[in-house]
Design a protein around this ligand. Structure first.
Ligand code: CS2
Length: 492
C-alpha cells in the first residue's frame, strides 16, 4: 500500500480536506518540542487553519526529545498526516500539512539547538508532559538533582531536557544578537507559562547571571489552557484510515470534535493569527485553566484509577456504568464545582454536562491506563489543590479522597485479580515501596503514600479528615472491590 506523502496527496478522496496553501514554499516559524499525538490534534491543527486561511511563515519543525517513532512515521510522508475527528455518529478527515520536518533530539542535540536559535524561529512551543518540566510538582522549583538537568548543566551544547534545550538556544540567540523567541508551554499545568519561566530562570541562573538577565528582559512565557481529548492511535485506527484514504498513514491521529485553546497574549516575536481560527487570546488564562484542570482532568484521573481497577479499559466504558456517572456528577456539583467561579458569559453547568458527554464518546478509545500514567505529577493540580480549598472551607471531599485512594490502590502495582499493573510514573518505585511497607494495612498505606512530599507537600499528612476519608475508601476497595464500593455509594 502506498504511503500518504506529497506525491500521493492528490489521490485522497475529495471528501477529505487537504492543505490549500503551497507547502513547497512554506517556511518554518515554530519549533515544537514533544510532537506527540496531542500536538498534532491541537496546536498544529490551529496553525494549519491559519495557514489555510491566511498563509504565512508558520510551518512547524516538530521535535521528539526521546524516541524516533514520530519521525519514522512522518518523514516518509513529508510531514503529512490525517486528523480524524470522531463524534458518536460522525467522522471527519483532514490532511494536515503544517509540520515541515521532524527532528529527534538525542540523535544530534546541537543540530536541534541550532534550529531553535535560527532567527526565522519566532516561537518554541512544547507539550512535554508534566514531568518534562523537571520540577517538583508540590513547590514548582526546578529539581536540580534530576539527572537530565544535571547532565544539561554540564553539557549545555548537547542538552537532553526541554529546559536544557530552551536555555541553550536562548544563549545562542543572545550571543548572536538574535531576538528571543516566545517560549510557549502547552502542557496541562496551572500557570504553565510561569512554571516554565521559573524552571528556565533557575536553570539559567546556574549557567550565568548575564544569560538569566537577558532571558528576563527578552523572553516571554504566555500561559495557555489547552483542551482536546486525544487517545493514543491504535493499529485499528491506522487500518481504518487506510481503508478510507486508499493510502497508508502511519502518523494518523484520532480526536474528538471539541477543541479549546486559551492563550495569554504575550508574545515576544510575533505569532500566527490563532484568534481568527477559534483560539481565545486573553489577558488572563488562570481562570480557564483552573476550571479545566479541576473539572475535566480531576474527574478524568479519578475515573481512570477507579475505572481501571473496576476492570474497564476505556473511559467510555466507565461512563456506561451509572454509578460512575453519578460519582462524576457529584464531584462536579459539590467538590471541584465549589472551588471555581466562571468568567462572565461562561455557562459552567453546560460545560460540566458537555464534559460528561465528551467522556461518554464511544467512538474514541481512550484508555484508562493512558490517563493513569504519571499520577505523581498530575494529582497535585488535578485533585490536591481542590482538596486544600475544600478543607479550608469545610466543603465535601469524598470523591477527591476516592480518587486518591484509587490512585494508591493502583500504584500498589497489583490489581483486584492479583495481576501486576504496569505503573508508568517517575515515582513508581517510591510509591510501590511506600505501599509495600504497609504490609496490607490500608491505614498504614495511606500514611506512607501521603507522606511523600513531592506529591502531597508537608501539610496534607496533618489533615485527619483527609487521611481518614482516604483510608475508609481504601479499606472498602480491599474488602469489597472498587466497582462494588462505587455502586454501593453512587448506585441507584
Ligand atoms: C488526560 C488528558 O491523559 C490525561 O491525563 O486527562 O490528556 C486529557 O485528555 C486532556 O487534558 C484533555 O484536554
Amino acid at each position: 500500500m502506498k504511503r500518504l506523502n506529497n506525491e500521493t496527496l492528490g489521490q485522497v478522496p475529495a471528501s477529505v480536506s487537504t492543505p490549500n496553501y503551497d507547502r513547497s514554499a512554506l517556511k518554518a516559524g515554530i519549533v515544537h518540542l514533544g510532537i506527540g499525538a496531542f500536538h498534532r490534534a491541537h496546536q498544529a491543527f490551529y496553525t494549519e487553519a491559519v495557514l489555510n486561511q491566511f498563509g504565512g511563515d508558520w510551518g512547524i519543525i516538530g521535535c521528539s526529545l526521546r524516541s524516533p517513532t514520530v519521525r519514522e512515521q512522518l518523514a516518509p510522508q513529508d510531514g503529512l498526516y490525517t486528523l480524524v475527528e470522531r463524534s458518536s455518529d460522525s467522522e471527519k478527515l483532514q490532511i494536515v500539512g503544517a509540520v515541515k520536518a521532524v527532528m529527534v533530539g538525542p540523535e544530534d542535540p546541537s543540530a536541534l539547538v541550532a534550529v531553535m536559535a535560527d532567527p526565522a524561529i519566532k516561537i518554541v512551543s512544547m507539550t512535554v508532559t508534566e514531568k518534562g518540566y523537571c520540577h517538583d510538582p508540590a513547590t514548582g522549583n526546578l529539581n536540580l538533582k534530576n539527572p537530565d538537568i544535571q547532565h544539561d548543566l554540564e553539557n549545555l551544547n548537547k542538552p537532553r531536557s526541554a529546559i536544557g534545550y530552551l536555555v541553550s538556544a536562548l544563549k545562542a540567540r543572545m550571543e548572536a544578537g538574535v531576538p528571543s523567541f516566545t517560549a510557549l508551554s502547552c502542557d496541562n499545568l496551572p500557570n504553565n507559562g510561569q512554571v516554565l519561566e521559573k524552571a528556565l530562570h533557575q536553570f539559567a541562573e546556574q549557567v550565568s547571571p548575564e544569560l538569566a538577565q537577558w532571558i528576563r528582559s527578552n523572553t516571554t512565557f504566555p500561559c495557555t489552557m489547552i483542551d482536546r481529548i486525544v487517545p493514543a492511535t491504535t493499529d485499528d485506527d491506522r487500518q481504518h484510515v487506510e481503508e478510507l484514504l486508499g493510502l497508508r498513514d502511519e502518523g494518523t491521529v484520532f480526536t474528538e470534535p471539541f477543541t479549546q485553546w486559551v492563550i495569554e497574549d504575550n508574545f515576544a516575536n510575533g505569532r500566527p493569527a490563532w484568534e481568527e481560527v477559534g483560539a481565545q487570546l486573553v489577558d488572563e488564562v488562570e481562570i480557564f485553566e483552573k476550571i479545566k484542570l479541576r473539572l475535566l482532568n480531576g474527574a478524568h484521573s479519578a475515573l481512570a484509577y477507579s475505572g481501571y481497577l473496576a476492570g474497564f479499559d476505556y473511559v467510555s466504558e466507565v461512563m456506561a456504568e451509572p454509578a460512575f456517572v453519578k460519582m462524576v456528577e457529584t464531584y462536579h456539583a459539590r467538590e471541584a464545582g465549589e472551588t471555581v467561579s466562571a468568567p462572565e458569559g461562561f455557562d459552567i453547568e453546560f460545560y460540566k454536562g458537555q464534559l460528561r458527554d465528551r467522556f461518554r464518546n464511544k467512538s474514541l478509545k481512550h484508555r484508562t491506563w493512558q490517563i493513569a500514567m504519571d499520577g505523581s505529577q498530575k494529582l497535585p493540580q488535578r485533585l490536591l489543590h481542590t482538596l486544600r480549598d475544600q478543607l479550608q472551607g469545610a466543603g465535601h471531599i469524598d470523591i477527591i479522597t476516592l480518587g486518591v485512594a484509587a490512585w494508591i490502590r493502583y500504584v500498589s502495582g497489583v490489581d483486584e485479580k492479583g495481576q501486576p499493573i504496569e505503573v508508568s510514573d517517575p515515582l513508581a518505585d517510591t510509591l510501590r515501596a511506600a505501599c509495600d511497607s504497609a504490609k496490607g494495612d490500608p491505614a498504614a498505606m495511606v500514611k506512607a503514600v501521603v507522606s511523600i512530599k513531592e506529591v502531597f507537600g508537608s501539610d496534607l499528612i496533618n489533615e485527619p479528615v483527609f487521611v481518614e476519608s482516604t483510608t475508609r475508601w481504601l479499606t472498602s476497595f480491599y474488602d469489597k472491590g472498587v466497582l462494588a464500593t462505587v455502586r454501593e455509594h453512587f448506585g441507584e
